[in-house]
Design a protein around this ligand. Structure first.
Ligand code: ADP
Ligand code: ZN
Length: 747
């Protein structure tokens, strides 16, 4: 049931007649008490404005802090005398935060050991900025002025206004894939006339019956199961696993249709770069309108509308990046996490949380279904499915008779690239043959720039970032060396900074700029498109690139992981992976799992329509189990082997991990605090602490970093142990201790 103001429980009067706890979106240990002014009735969840110091803050009337039982009394604040309390200034004219969301905020705070206010900030921060003034929209002037010079971009914008519905500049620009300047130009030329956009119904109402697909075989079974779990309207978690192109998206849209039919809101979480125009179009084809959208590229106004739309239910379906999980939905009935294995669901800064895992928590607390979707599910999710905690639905084949691409391993020891090059002659031949057949080819290398390392041939000096433990990456197009961890950029020097020899610096290894240079030499006539965050500024540029590929204006695509995401490129038949071994170095627990997931996803772009696809993996270690699994297309047995390796040592998901990352500007201070954590480390049966040790990224943005890793058996929760441990060491000024529960990055 949605919480509406009338049904929200009043603050219990017996205990604190004239005071209420208010949680502020700030890093305090819990809520602060405020006086309730006469004639201002307040209920739990009300959004209020309160004085704090000499400013006003927006907060939420909260439950009395439900502190974890293991917190010692010294951690709690002594109550402030009633006479010294300051009064709540106003209640904002917004729907209150539902009880289930307040419980969720408290739960996430306790799990991640974050101040609850910082979790609340993820729910609140958005509405505090921005304005309520209605925006200006545009209507086309008919007929257009005679003097108007027509361009393809202008035509696109005018076509969008054909149906007589006014649209804002940003909306028009993004829908037409043009810059805002085009819209402004049309307005200046007198072809558009301004109207006030009404704030009331910014979102179209998706129609569940608009354009349903005809599902076949396993698709129908899976869709039935999901529809039923939505109708059951209680917590359930389902893993929807299916090869790329099997119709997973099609099926979870059916679950959303059922959710709409039940009159409830749905949320789809996607990795940000998968949040594409292609996905949006697809939604529109199915439901007749676009969903509300939420990610970092969306403007303030659109965000504010989405935020408000979730509170009053007018945003019925929201698709967003991980932070959308904290939106204050009033009537949420379903969460879909697409590409659930993606590490981008983990937020690594501020409140360190995994949106996939917290989505399951939100669903459980509120009592509705959650669906995790992937072609290559994470080990955590697979184990949950095998243990029966999650239902497991499987789509074994591609839709419509399309076959899975055939995978070839190219042993670079047998057929090495020519000196100074990175593409084996065999792969070059494959690309040539593909282009000859007028099909498209793609080269994948998950590395931006020209070369990952610049080295002096005379003295061996390596160009490193002054602020990070990292090599500087050459970006030849911009003539700079740049650090991929911080903002540091410097011009490429003529002489080695160490031995001063002129012209001795050499690029070592490939980035995609270098692969592009090599490809141009091999295929001078091919139309090449480079897809990376350096070449594609934002969603509009990405949409444009994808459209070009679909129109066959491109022969060869060269890209970083941006090309791996969910795209449907019907004419693409060959995918070449330049360095399949790339992700396997390092001591990362999940290196193998991640490499398989990424390469499977990239390979899945090939052969999605009639013509069969081929994937060629260049490798120096073709005998590696990861390469063999990719060759045989046997993801499942690989994951079973991985599981067997993790089980005995209680590595996740068979045990629990938490990392402490200590960082300071001064190395000795970081060492000192790390050593104190080492000396006070918890011990006991099934508890182990590794470290302290310098982090692999021992220096990051000028801060020295040390790590400790707490590992426990699955039955032992890490949070109480961590709370006691953290209470024993006072780190001192300027020293940060970040707690990372369930870490997935070990850098
Ligand atoms: P996945 O999400 O598993 O990669 P998609 O849902 O994107 O798969 O489906 C792959 C392609 O096949 C898409 O173009 C989709 O529209 C189409 N498709 C899948 N199932 C059906 C169906 N039952 N009817 C029509 N088209 C379908
Ligand atoms: Zn740096």
């Amino acid at each position: 049931m949605p919480d509406d103001p009338a049904s929200a429980p009043p603050v219990p009067e017996d205990r604190t007649p004239h005071r209420v706890p208010v949680l502020l979106p700030l890093p305090f240990a819990g809520p602060f008490d405020y006086k309730v002014p006469p004639h201002l009735p307040l209920a739990l969840g009300d959004i209020v404005s309160v004085p704090l110091g000499n400013r006003r803050e927006t907060g939420v009337v909260w439950e009395t802090a439900s502190l974890p039982a293991d917190l010692t009394p010294t951690d709690t604040q002594a109550p402030v005398a009633a006479s010294r309390l300051r009064a709540v200034a106003a209640r904002l004219d917004l729907p209150p935060l539902p009880a289930e969301l307040r419980r969720f905020v408290d739960w996430v705070a306790a799990y991640t050991l974050s101040p609850p206010g910082m979790v609340l900030a993820m729910t609140l921060r958005l509405h505090m900025h921005g304005t309520t003034t209605p925006a200006t929209g545009w209507l086309a002037v008919a007929p257009p002025p005679d003097t108007l010079r027509m361009t393809p971009a202008r035509l696109k914008v005018l076509a969008l206004l054909d149906n007589g519905t006014p649209r804002s500049t940003t909306d028009l620009a993004s829908a037409a894939g043009v810059s805002a300047g085009v819209v402004k130009g049309l307005a200046d030329a007198g072809a558009l006339r301004p109207v006030q956009l009404g704030p009331e119904r910014p979102f179209g109402q998706p129609d569940a019956a608009h354009n349903p697909p005809t599902l076949v075989g396993a698709q129908e079974t899976a869709a039935q199961a999901l529809r039923q779990s939505v109708r059951d309207a209680c917590f359930s978690a389902t893993l929807l696993e299916g090869v790329t192109g099997s119709g997973k998206t099609e099926i979870y849209l059916e679950a959303i249709a059922e959710c709409l039919a039940q009159g409830r809101q749905a949320l789809v979480l996607l990795p940000e770069i998968a949040l594409s125009a292609q996905w949006m179009d697809r939604f529109k084809r199915r439901f007749g309108v676009l969903p509300a959208i939420w990610h970092s590229e969306v403007g303030q106004r659109a965000r504010r509308l989405t935020w408000l739309g979730t509170t009053d239910g007018s945003a019925q379906v929201v698709v967003g990046a991980r932070s959308a999980l904290f939106l204050p939905f009033c009537n949420l009935g379903l969460i879909i996490v697409d590409e659930e294995h993606e590490s981008v669901f983990k937020q690594e800064e501020g409140v360190i949380y995994n949106a996939r895992d917290m989505a399951v928590v939100r669903a459980r607390l509120a009592g509705f279904p959650v669906v995790l979707v992937s072609a290559t599910p994470s080990m955590e999710t697979l184990v949950n499915a095998q243990a029966g905690r999650y239902r497991h639905l499987v789509l074994p084949t591609r839709h419509g008779g399309a076959t899975m691409p055939e995978t070839h391993l190219l042993d670079l020891r047998d057929t090495p690239p020519e000196r100074g090059q990175f593409l084996s002659p065999v792969l070059v031949g494959d690309i040539a043959a593909t282009l000859e057949r007028e099909e498209q080819a793609m080269l994948f290398l998950n590395r931006r720039g020209y070369a990952p390392l610049t080295l002096c041939r005379t003295c061996g000096h390596r160009m490193e970032c002054p602020h990070c433990t990292a090599w500087l990456v050459e970006h030849r197009a911009r003539r700079v060396l740049s650090c991929h961890y911080c903002d540091h950029t410097e011009p490429l020097p003529d002489a080695c900074p160490s031995c001063k020899t002129e012209g001795s610096l050499t690029a070592i290894g490939p980035g995609i700029e270098r692969i592009t240079e090599e490809s141009r030499a091999h295929f001078p006539d091919a139309r090449i498109l480079v897809m990376s965050s350096d070449t594609l500024g934002g969603p509009a540029a990405t949409a444009e690139a994808v459209e070009k590929i679909a129109r066959r204006d491109v022969d060869l695509i060269i890209g970083t992981q941006i090309v791996a995401k969910g795209w449907h490129f019907p004419h693409l038949t060959l995918v070449g992976v330049v360095d399949a071994d790339l992700g396997l170095g390092g001591a990362d627990l999940r290196a193998g799992e991640r490499t398989i997931q990424l390469l499977h996803q990239v390979g899945g772009r090939a052969g999605r329509a009639e013509a069969p696809g081929r994937v060629v993996l260049q490798s120096y270690t073709p005998e590696h189990p990861v390469m063999q699994a990719l060759l045989g297309g046997d993801f499942q047995s690989f994951m079973e082997q991985e599981a067997e390796q993790r089980r005995p040592g209680f590595w996740p998901p068979y045990g629990r991990l938490a990392a402490l990352v200590i960082s300071a500007e001064n190395a000795a201070e970081a060492d000192d605090v790390a050593a104190r954590f080492g000396r006070t480390a918890p011990y006991g049966d099934g508890i182990q602490v590794l470290g302290p040790a310098p982090a692999p990224l021992a220096l990051l943005r000028g801060r020295h970093r040390r790590r400790l890793l707490l590992r426990t058996q699955r039955t032992i929760a890490v949070q109480p142990i961590l709370r006691r441990w953290l209470a024993m060491v006072a780190p001192g000024r300027g020293i940060r201790v970040d707690v990372d529960i369930d870490p997935i990055s070990f850098l």
